[in-house]
Design a protein. Structure first.
Length: 238
């Protein structure tokens, strides 16, 4: 990524791409090359994949050829939502870690926190049990979010007919509507598999509580978990 930043002066584009970027991002008469240079400098996240750099900046994605520094296109984040395949199970470690809520002012936990049995149960041998269902969000070939269910004796367990849901996105992809799309797709998958309800457990202070309520979840219990956090048990009737 340093390569791109060090060569920022080399960014250029064609008249056609300029028009496309202006149109896709509603940039009006702004200088497209200058705007892209600023986006690179202030990017939330830069990824290199194949022959391109993908620059993520406040909900937009700019595609830049990594060899010539040509700005190819730019558009709003438009993650593709699809059913989770077996090859996606490897990324569940990452999304389980990203699902852990860190209250303001608290230290970021170490990665190996996911190995604590009460947490690891959410992904252990995923895919082998009834109720193991999932969807992922993919942006420019990278899995950037996942939502999945299991019937396990974990924080959000109600009974054997109600799969419990977990969801997270990589931090750079939060707040752009991808989570809501993942949830809606997962609701369909859950229903198709014969379930009529889904549950979850969420810390009271997590802004995701509002997100779940907007998606039709209701609080049915208010409890304190084994480490003293105040949690809501929530349920959604499909
Ligand atoms: C919760 C989450 C999956 C929502 O997906 P999203 O694509 O960001 O959500 P949308 O853009 O569709 O909706 C915005 C809502 O997401 C939540 N949200 C947005 N950014 C967030 C962030 N950085 N952290 C936690 N929640 C966030 C808020 O509830 C927001 O609603 P609000 O505007 O009323 O506050 C995602 O933000 C995330 O991964 N958060 C961290 C992990 C997490 O808390 N998972 C739930 C554990 S129970």
């Amino acid at each position: 990524m340093d390569n791109l930043i060090n060569n920022i002066e080399k960014l250029h584009t064609t008249a056609l791409s300029k028009a496309r970027v202006r149109n896709n991002l509603h940039l009006g008469t702004l200088d497209v090359v200058e705007w892209c240079q600023q986006a690179v400098e202030h990017a939330n996240y830069i990824m290199k994949s194949g022959k391109n750099y993908y620059v993520y900046y406040n909900g937009d994605v700019i595609t830049i050829n990594a060899h010539s520094y040509t700005i190819i296109t730019a558009h709003k984040i438009n993650a593709k939502i699809r059913v989770m395949g077996e090859s996606d199970h490897a990324c569940l470690d990452e999304f389980l870690y990203q699902a852990i809520f860190i209250p303001k002012g608290e230290d970021v936990p170490p990665r190996n926190i996911i190995n604590v049995p009460e947490i690891f149960i959410y992904i252990k041998n995923f895919g082998e049990e009834i109720g193991d269902l999932g969807v992922v969000a993919e942006q420019n070939g990278q899995v950037v979010g996942a939502a999945w269910t299991r019937i396990i004796h974990a924080y959000g367990h109600i009974d054997e007919n109600i799969p419990e849901l977990a969801i997270s996105l990589l931090p750079e992809f939060r707040g752009y509507g991808i989570g809501a799309k993942l949830m809606k797709k997962l609701f369909k998958v859950i229903e198709e598999n014969g379930y009529s309800q889904t549950s979850l457990s969420v810390q009271k202070d997590n802004p995701a509580v509002r997100f779940y309520q907007r998606l039709g979840y209701e609080i049915i219990n208010d409890k304190v978990d084994h480490v003293g956090n105040g949690d809501y048990l929530m349920i959604k009737i499909l």
